[in-house]
Write a protein that binds this ligand. Structure first.
Ligand SMILES: Cc1cc2nc3c(=O)[nH]c(=O)nc-3n(C[C@H](O)[C@H](O)[C@H](O)COP(=O)(O)O)c2cc1C
Length: 365
């Protein structure tokens, strides 16, 4: 309430990428001591982070304290992982991480179209895998699973892509709880063509080879702009290769979604995320399609506009086991995870539900 009334209108006037960076660095500073982390936890919850055994989920063998994970793009560099846990999240997906440092696309490249909807064309900016690895290693033991989202440099050819993804995976082989292959960012030219069956198979084979013996779960992150047959192809590859599942979905570059917000955004490069009804429904319908066509055999992490209990329930019912949030942190503020977790517990109480797994896929009757 205080955030939306007083703080958010100020942020709305400032450059989105700069403020995102500043907030992340402030949170990094909070990791300085146990006391500052406790203060952050208090600010995000009014007391202590929401903890309840009924919220626990296990995704591809990885146990999460609750279903909420910070999605790729919020902490690309593993600078605020412990602070994000204090906000009530049960996991963080760091990245996308690429092999060599790269600056990304020219600025400005991150805009709040509304206070709850973002358009970004960052272009996988990253300090490179060595720097991110050092940041993550500095934490030592963490209380929660950290996933690593694998990307490639923009000058990597399609032929070299399997090796490049595998190089990043190898680097984090012993530090990551799971890996996500990002073949769906709209801001790196040609990247989404790597969702084609043959190319994707080659990437998965190379990444698996680099993870040999570590047996970390592997996910493919897909675009919401794929045609149904292309989604079926990706899911077919996931099943044929025997990897864990999909993360659905990345941002959309649909012009009909952008156009709704006025001519300034129409035709502008970049992907839309956050609390847009059409985008939220699109990603939920993709989750639902994958769950239905695979009889729930593929693990699904749902992402795209999760910002409150209703949007979280929509994706769980569609078939997601866990959820990710990026733009919701900006739209709703630091309390977003605790507020959704409280809402989920309230829903479970009202409906006599004992565990979250009873909700996953329940929308299919
Ligand atoms: C500023 C920003 C940066 C992002 N960077 C990445 C990225 O590096 N890799 C990736 O796979 N997804 C990235 N994403 C996509 C998110 O992980 C997520 O799929 C998408 O934003 C939808 O979730 P949301 O509506 O909760 O934001 C980014 C999103 C935003 C808003």
């Amino acid at each position: 309430m205080i955030y939306k009334t007083f703080l958010r209108p100020v942020l709305d006037r400032l450059d989105s990428e700069t403020w995102h960076h500043n907030v992340k660095e402030l949170m990094h500073l909070c990791e300085f001591s146990g006391l500052t982390l406790r203060l952050l936890e208090f600010a995000a919850s009014g007391g202590a982070r929401v903890r309840d055994k009924r919220l626990g989920v296990t995704v591809a063998g990885v146990p999460f304290e609750n279903p909420l994970i910070v999605g790729a793009g919020w902490d690309k560099t593993a600078r605020a992982v412990r602070a994000l846990y204090s906000l009530g999240f049960a996991g963080v997906e760091v990245g996308s991480v690429v092999e060599r440092p790269q600056g990304g696309n020219p600025k400005p490249r991150q805009f709040m179209v509304t206070p709850e909807v973002c358009l970004n064309s960052l272009g996988l900016n990253s300090p490179g895998m060595d720097a991110v690895f050092r940041n993550l290693a500095r934490y030592g033991r963490l209380d929660m699973p950290v996933g690593v989202n694998l990307g490639i440099n923009s000058d990597t050819s399609h032929e070299d892509a399997p090796r490049a993804y595998a190089a990043v995976a190898r680097k984090f082989r012993d530090n990551a709880a799971y890996f996500a292959i990002n073949v769906s960012s709209p801001n790196t030219p040609g990247l989404r063509r790597l969702q084609d069956r043959g190319r994707l198979e080659a990437i998965i084979r190379a990444v698996r080879e680099s993870l040999r013996d570590s047996e970390r779960p592997l996910f493919v992150k897909i675009s919401p702009d794929l045609a149904t047959e292309a989604i079926d192809d990706v899911v077919g590859v996931v099943i044929d290769c025997g990897i864990s599942g999909v993360i659905a979905t990345n941002t959309t570059d649909s012009n009909s979604v952008k156009g709704k917000y006025g001519t300034r955004w129409e035709g502008l490069r970049g992907g839309i995320s956050g609390n847009d009804f059409e985008y939220k429904s699109l990603s939920a319908s993709i989750i639902s399609h994958i769950y239905r066509t695979t009889d729930g055999q593929v693990e699904i992490i749902g992402v795209g506009g999760v910002c409150d209990t209703a949007s979280a329930l929509e994706k769980l019912r569609a078939g997601a086991k866990a959820l990710q949030i990026v733009t919701g942190l900006r739209g709703e503020g630091l309390s977003v995870a605790n507020s959704i977790n409280r809402g989920l517990l309230g829903f479970m109480d009202e409906n006599g539900i004992g565990s979250l797994s009873e909700i996953t896929g329940s929308g299919h009757g």
